[in-house]
Write a new protein. Structure first.
Length: 165
């Protein structure tokens, strides 16, 4: 068992305010999709306020949603993102969110039990945007093993598309 867990940040710029009719289907599915994540094997934690709402947190601006979570490993997060009902929501992301021109998802390893804050997560996203995938900030397409399980080449590849919030 690794001494590390996988941190994940995904951001999305909304086309309309969260309380608009255009976002109604997205909002209607939030509890279901969040519950699905929390019940998924490998899920550890997600950022939310005291009421259980992550959408109320807008550290990157009023129109940008953040999804910050921790998982036991890349395979667990990947199964949730690409092989669960989450896929149906991902397919509709263009209905609700602007197309991002820069990376909107970043993964990185944290010590088991560490819960990253928004500042840490945004710094990792900026690292990915400025340096590309590295051991400190990577993507599903070019993922790095946990530091205590790194292979001699340093990387392992997990194929997939960007998840939506």
């Amino acid at each position: 068992m690794s001494a590390f867990e996988l941190a994940h940040l995904n951001i999305a710029a909304m086309k309309e305010p969260l309380d608009s009719p255009a976002m109604a289907d997205f909002v209607a599915n939030l509890d279901r999709i969040n519950s699905l994540a929390e019940a998924s094997p490998g899920f550890v934690w997600r950022l939310q306020d005291d009421a259980g709402d992550a959408t109320a947190m807008r550290p990157l601006g009023e129109n940008t949603l953040v999804n910050l979570s921790v998982w036991t490993d890349i395979a667990s997060l990947s199964r949730y993102v690409y092989q669960s009902a989450h896929v149906d929501i991902m397919r509709r992301r263009k209905d609700w969110f602007e197309t991002m021109t820069q990376a909107s998802l970043v993964l990185w390893w944290v010590g088991r039990g560490h819960r990253p804050g928004i500042e840490e997560a945004v710094a990792r996203l900026q690292l990915l945007r400025s340096s590309g995938p590295t051991e400190g900030a990577f993507t599903f397409r070019q993922a790095f093993a946990p530091p205590d399980q790194a292979d001699p080449g340093g990387t392992s590849v997990v194929r997939g598309d960007r998840p939506a919030v």
